[in-house]
Design a protein around this ligand. Sequence first.
Ligand SMILES: [Fe+2]
Length: 135
Amino acid sequence: MSTRRNFLKAALITAVGMAANNASPVSAKSSILPKGLIYTKDDPGPWAALADAHIPAVTINGGKITVQTNHVMTEKHYIVRHRLVTESGEVLEGKTFYPTDKKAISVFDLPARHQVIYATSFCNLHDFWLTKFKV
Ligand SMILES: [Fe+2]
């Protein structure tokens, strides 16, 4: 599990770094990444039919960021984790879920010094997804 976690972390940092350097949406640059690492609304890979259930939705209200993945939460299929990550790859916040959680919703404080942030969502069966947003 640790090896998989490190691999996904390195992939995200690579994607975020490329997006920051080029000031382009990650989805526009995902073609230069190995296929099957990170999925977005614009690049859902093999999971296009399941994209709506995996893309992290972000709302900002009253100094808080809410990340929600509208996904089932069962023992065999669930969202494992949400994270907020800066363009330079710094993990700001995160929440780990369990199959017993009813919903994949996380609420974080609005970071003061970042304008662009990535929300990530990891499904145990359908991989790693992200949404880029402006604060
Ligand atoms: Fe899934």
